[in-house]
Design a protein around this ligand. Structure first.
Ligand SMILES: [Zn+2]
Length: 170
């Protein structure tokens, strides 16, 4: 959910292999989000549909990687009650999508929405409120209730959707 302000130079070489279970979870989550985006591509709203096309290309192409040990602290949120699940490196539109180990217990549906959020950053949107607003729009266009993230209330978006709170306590 974060954009890390770090130099982009050489960061894509930071790759640590996932175990088989995490890799299967990642692949299934990516397939799920690509399916949602494909359905949004054919939706009525031309702007959301066009964004969904771009996000599909990004998610098809991008490496979804385990958080390297030098960034491990980024997975520990400093805000009580909030959960850092994934991040990309800011100022690097070719960044890998790094996923935090705890996300696996949230399940594929949660992860699939997080991937959409991170793909929006990789489409060049840095602002977290705008990113979250677009993420919600994509989920709604796919006919799904989005889960809430820590930016929803901070950005005044609590009333823009019916949120799926089934992930909140896990
Ligand atoms: Zn974010």
């Amino acid at each position: 959910m974060l954009m890390l302000a770090m130099s982009a130079c050489g960061q894509n070489s930071l790759y640590e292999p996932m175990d088989a279970s995490m890799q299967a979870f990642t692949d299934e989550s990516r397939d799920l989000s690509l399916g949602w985006l494909a359905s949004v591509s054919q939706s009525g709203d031309a702007q959301v549909a066009s964004m969904a096309d771009s996000l599909q290309l990004i998610l098809q192409d991008r490496l979804i990687a385990k958080v390297p040990s030098i960034y491990a602290q980024e997975c520990t949120s400093t805000n009580p009650g909030s959960f850092v699940s994934a991040f990309v490196l800011s100022q690097d539109l070719n960044s890998n999508i790094y996923i935090c180990p705890d996300i696996e217990r949230k399940g594929e549906k949660f992860m699939a929405q997080v991937l959409i959020h991170e793909a929006i950053h990789l489409a060049g949107v840095n602002d977290e409120c705008t990113t979250t607003e677009l993420e919600i729009a994509v989920m709604q266009a796919a006919g799904l209730n989005p889960h809430s993230n820590s930016y929803v209330s901070r950005c005044g978006l609590s009333n823009v959707a019916t949120f799926d709170h089934s992930f909140d306590s896990h």
